[in-house]
Design a protein around this ligand. Structure first.
Ligand code: KG4
Ligand code: ZN
Length: 369
């Protein structure tokens, strides 16, 4: 990518210490359309969320038992501009006040990503302001900085979404070292697939978690994959098979034992996430843990992590509950923090591409190059 066009007002602003930038963020990587406005902080102050709006496609995909990519793209097209108008109205700001447009460049569904990227680049071109493509996971990772209790660097991050399960050491914006990750299914996927096997509706994770509240977590012995592997990697594919075997064994009795099976499944996933997070903290010697991504909304995970970390004098930070799953605020926030930290250069280049498969660590090397 090239640098900002020399001579344009926004480019001139980019060469000054950037302060007070108004950033419009667009998220459209999967089944949620999110748009938000974030105002960059002055000096070392954290950026502030002015407004955010979200449209979830859950009701639309529910009839199909999962996300239908083509329907997702079409729905993003319908929602994104009305959501942008809604956040501008909420913040009482005109579109022309926007200084930078950020969008999710990947990973995610290609068609869905193209909608957000296309709209973001078209808006930026019309406004003659720069654009910045953001890695979806970096959005999740930095989303706790929007909470009332923001973390400080350095920290260990447990990133648990529908597609990713990673432990990272985070020393600053753009300074992420991978400590461990899943070798097969992600934690969210384990929740979703187990839920499906039990006949629960999409989206499986939160439905399974709700049902688990009425069940006995010790009712069924399910495997804790790689719990004692000695490293910080995860594996959840075997758990899903064990849930399937158990469901088949129960046969007609599954209906009345569903809450117990849900609670046992959740207990297995959560125990592995908690134990590996503690191991990462011990290994790095860090005393702060940040949990981000959709599974971070899980109450049981939060309760057990809070208890275990309190015992060890470790502080745990989460995004606000409503910002755990996908949203535009985290994309605008990541853009604000990247620009403020000087690790990203927004560009006046509106030929966009998207990266449906994109590892966060790959982006760091790309950006360093
Ligand atoms: O971060 P996210 O919204 O999207 C991705 O980037 O993947 O995460 C979605 C995942 C799904 O697998 C969903 O089932 C899971 O997060 N999830 C939960 C809960 N809320 C969302 N899993 C367990 N308990 C929850 N309360
Ligand atoms: Zn996500």
């Amino acid at each position: 990518m090239t640098g900002a066009t020399v001579g344009s007002p926004a480019a001139r602003r980019l060469h000054l210490p950037i302060m007070n930038f108004l950033i419009l963020g667009v998220e459209s990587s999967c089944d949620e359309t999110g748009v938000a406005l974030v105002r960059q902080g002055k000096g070392a102050a954290l950026p502030a969320l002015l407004a955010h709006a979200l449209h979830s496609q859950i009701a639309m995909h529910q009839a199909y038992g999962g996300v239908v990519p083509e329907l997702a793209s079409r729905d993003h097209i319908r929602r994104v501009l009305p959501l942008a108008r809604a956040v501008l109205a909420e913040a009482a700001l005109p579109l022309k006040a926007v200084d930078l447009v950020a969008f999710t460049r990947g990973p995610g569904l290609a068609g869905a990503l193209l909608v957000g990227a296309g709209v973001a680049c078209a808006l930026a071109a019309a406004l003659k302001v720069p654009v910045l493509g953001i890695h979806h996971l970096e959005g999740h990772l930095l989303s706790p900085f929007l909470s009332a209790d923001p973390p400080e660097f350095p920290f260990v991050a447990l990133l648990v979404s529908g597609g990713h399960t990673q432990l990272m050491r985070v020393d600053g914006v753009g300074a992420y070292a991978l400590l461990g990750e899943t070798i097969d299914d992600a934690a969210g996927e384990a929740f979703d697939k187990s839920a499906k096997l039990m006949g629960l509706p999409y989206p499986g994770g939160p439905v399974l978690a709700k049902l688990a509240e009425q069940g006995d977590p010790a009712a069924f012995k399910l495997p804790r994959p790689l719990l004692h592997s000695g490293d910080l990697d995860f594996s959840f594919a075997g758990l899903k098979t064990a849930v399937l075997t158990q469901a088949r064994k129960l046969g007609d009795a599954l209906q009345e034992r569903k809450a117990d099976l849900a609670a046992s499944t959740q207990a297995a996933i959560v125990e592995v996430l908690v134990k590996k997070s503690l191991k990462a903290l011990a290994q790095t010697g860090l005393e702060r843990l940040v949990v981000a991504g959709g599974v971070g909304a899980n109450r049981q995970l939060r309760a057990l992590l809070d208890a275990a970390c309190a015992d060890r004098g470790v502080r745990v930070h989460y995004p606000e509950l409503q910002l755990c799953t996908d949203n535009g605020a985290m994309i605008a926030m990541a853009a604000a923090m990247r620009v403020q930290a000087g690790v990203a250069q927004p560009v006046h280049q509106y030929e966009f591409d998207v990266r449906p498969r994109w590892s966060l660590h790959e982006t760091l090397h790309e950006r360093a190059a």
